[in-house]
Design a protein around this ligand. Structure first.
Ligand SMILES: [Zn+2]
Length: 341
């Protein structure tokens, strides 16, 4: 049985960054594991092309793109990126962005698709940071808007780190932004802000993007620009607490906003064994997280595009397992085509 959705992948997703806490080999390992475990077969994969410069320029400034292409970043800018610059690195990020464009197209066509890469949510319009050079998800959303395929998108960012680039690119807009805590027991230590977008207006059809970020409060980045919904989780948040917050965030968001595409940024780093994270989710809990996001989307017939973002488990095998489980969860949920939701 083929997967009920496409997996977008290239061996060239590998990032040429040498010995690094970011396991650049994870993409190839995930691809291998998906095939060996029987979760996916070769025909499930489609190969992306690099994004075009005009796609990148809808999100990033001309000056920044020029610096990347010419190799003229300052030392400071390269340090902020936290990955060593090379022309090959730039190529890999253009390809990841092309992969997210392709995944968005297939998600809109078939209900779901996964870019076995991407999720570079710390990239800003005018600079890269936190291992992220190009914001592939934003590039994909803006391209889909450009192509007339959507006007309302939602990002659901479950990486342990705040989606600061996403929030900077798509700042919450509209008069309905509310800065009050969402109702929840035990919310005292948690700072949750919700903003709601104005209902979609007919006429000029501007792009509206509702952004959700669940992240560890005491972690990178120091400055967290506001998302539509931010959930600042305390250190050591466990499976049940996390799932409760996620459920509540999704319910609240979808009460206010009906997206035509949900971009799920499925970071593997809320895992308790992560080297750059301080939450306490288990591998099982992370799969439940995936199931929750995907079930909500499936039940409402919202197409879902999945990207991977970070994952720095002490054992790279665990990061691979967590990322493969996201595909497994999607396979289980989207295979039930005849089921009444
Ligand atoms: Zn992360």
């Amino acid at each position: 049985m083929p997967l009920p959705f496409k997996l977008v992948y290239s061996d060239d997703y590998y990032l040429p960054i040498g010995a690094h806490v970011f396991p650049a080999q994870k993409y190839r390992l995930i691809h291998k594991r998906l095939l060996e475990s029987g979760i996916a077969a070769r025909p499930d994969f489609i190969t992306p092309k690099p994004a075009q410069d005009e796609d990148i320029l809808r999100v990033h400034t001309r000056e920044y793109v020029q610096k990347l292409k010419m190799g003229t970043l300052s030392v400071q800018e390269e340090m902020q990126m936290e990955v060593p610059y090379s022309p090959e690195l730039v190529k890999a990020f253009w390809l990841a962005a092309g992969g997210s464009i392709l995944a968005a197209e297939w998600a809109l066509r078939e209900g779901a698709a996964c870019n076995v890469g991407g999720g570079f949510h710390h990239a800003f319009p005018d600079h890269g940071e936190g291992f992220c050079v190009i914001h592939d998800v934003a590039v994909a959303i803006k391209r889909m808007h450009q192509d007339g395929k959507l006007t309302r998108a939602m990002t659901v960012d479950c990486d342990v780190h705040d989606g600061n680039g996403t929030a900077a690119i798509f700042p919450p807009q509209g008069k309905t932004r509310i800065g009050q805590p969402l109702p929840s027991a035990g919310a005292s230590q948690r700072d949750i802000h919700a903003a709601q977008e104005a209902p979609h207006k007919n006429g000029s059809d501007p792009l509206e993007v509702f952004t959700i970020s669940l992240h560890q409060a005491h972690n990178y980045p120091a400055y967290k620009p506001p998302s539509s919904i931010d959930v600042n989780l305390p250190d050591g948040t466990n499976d049940d607490e996390y799932l409760g917050w996620l459920d509540q965030s999704l319910s609240s968001a979808l009460r206010h906003f009906e997206p035509e595409l949900l971009c799920y940024i499925a970071g593997a780093d809320p895992y308790k064994e992560d080297q750059l994270g301080g939450l306490a989710l288990t591998i099982e809990g992370l799969k439940k997280r995936d199931e929750l996001v995907l079930k909500v989307a499936r039940a409402r017939n919202i197409p879902v595009m999945i990207t991977y973002a970070g994952g720095y488990a002490r054992r790279v095998e665990d990061t691979v397992t967590i990322h493969c489980n996201t595909i497994l969860a999607a396979k289980e949920i989207f295979a039930r085509t005849s089921e009444v939701q």
